[in-house]
Design a protein around this ligand. Structure first.
Ligand SMILES: NC(=O)C1=CN([C@@H]2O[C@H](COP(=O)(O)OP(=O)(O)OC[C@H]3O[C@@H](n4cnc5c(N)ncnc54)[C@H](OP(=O)(O)O)[C@@H]3O)[C@@H](O)[C@H]2O)C=CC1
Ligand SMILES: O=C(O)[C@@H]1CCC=N1
Length: 274
């Protein structure tokens, strides 16, 4: 495995999450001919060709031999079936799974190797603003971890967790999190339209507000609650909105929703693991 030139990376599954990571890698200069994708779904193969100029394989083949890294980006329910034809060619590779819930014990059993890192990325990886939680099994050495950091680092930020089950919390937070933000954007846009703005104006205001507020939080030493209070003039407009949100227990509902996502990650492990 060469740490100085671009690694050879195979993706098993070429859907939404694989495309987001591939977009990040290509954006950071990884040559397209170092990326191999196995993807049975014709429309997904066509999308990879159009977006990245990648001709994906229909099924696993000897072309998978000699890869530095195999990235598992299939749905949790497809993982076990997908593993068998790939395992025959990739015993020497390091493996990186992004599948929600599926444990490295299950994956090690299916692939016949314990050299596995589990990751929970998110779709902003596509624009280099991803956030990925990582967990390495003890069998993955420092060189393997450095390769993962290089690959995932090309898609944005990452953090390592010291226990595998913490990835279920990461899944509920940053893995699923972009969908929560998009839901808020949809609701804010609808509110703007209801108040007489055009849909385009409302969407621009909503997106810019998230961008500005999160950038302010990222750069500030102050907590989110202090930043919130600074917007909330006593008896003013924000106060009216925040009071309604608190009285209707929006924060509690939001927290409960994230716990549902965490619980679902654990269910996926039980349903589709070994
Ligand atoms: N989307 C996201 O934001 C995130 C997703 N993840 C994880 O990433 C994984 C993929 O999710 P996502 O990209 O959204 O799903 P997608 O359905 O978009 O992509 C998965 C792709 O894998 C293909 N596939 C199915 N079976 C095989 C096989 N045997 N060999 C190769 N490819 C196969 C599917 O084809 P077909 O449709 O024909 O089955 C599909 O195109 C999941 O495990 C998910 O938990 C993690 C973090 C964030
Ligand atoms: O919804 C899911 O199950 C996947 C995992 C995190 C984001 N998407």
């Amino acid at each position: 495995m060469n740490q100085t030139s671009s690694p050879r990376i195979a993706f098993i599954g070429g859907g939404n999450m694989a495309s987001a990571i591939i977009g990040g890698l290509i954006g950071r200069g990884v040559p397209v001919d170092h990326i191999t994708v196995v993807e049975p779904f014709e429309a997904a193969r066509a999308a990879l060709q159009t977006k990245f100029g990648i001709t994906a394989l229909h099924t696993a083949s000897a072309a998978l031999a000699g890869q530095d890294l195999v990235v598992w980006a299939v749905k949790p329910q497809s993982f076990k079936d997908a593993a068998t034809p790939v395992a025959a060619h990739t015993a020497q590779a390091l493996h990186l799974s992004v599948a929600a819930g599926i444990t490295t014990d299950s994956i090690a059993q299916w692939l016949g190797t314990p050299r596995i890192v589990r990751a929970m990325p998110n779709t902003p990886a596509l624009v280099g603003k991803g956030m990925t939680g990582l967990f390495a099994r003890p069998e993955v050495n420092a060189q393997g971890q450095a390769l993962i950091e290089r690959v995932i680092g090309s898609t944005g930020q990452f953090l390592w967790v010291d226990a595998e089950d913490k990835l279920d919390a990461v899944t509920a937070m940053s893995g699923s999190g972009p969908a929560y933000v998009f839901l808020f954007l949809e609701a804010m846009t609808q509110a703007g339209v209801d108040m007489g703005l055009t849909a385009d104006q409302s969407y621009q205001l909503a997106v810019a507000t998230f961008q500005g507020a999160t950038e302010l939080a990222a750069r500030s030493d102050e907590s989110a609650s202090v930043l919130r209070e600074r917007v909330t003039s006593k008896g003013g407009t924000t106060y009216a909105a925040i009071t309604h949100m608190q009285q209707t227990e929006l924060p509690q509902h939001f927290i409960a929703a994230l716990r549902k996502a965490e619980a679902r990650a654990k269910e996926l492990a039980a349903e589709f693991g070994k």
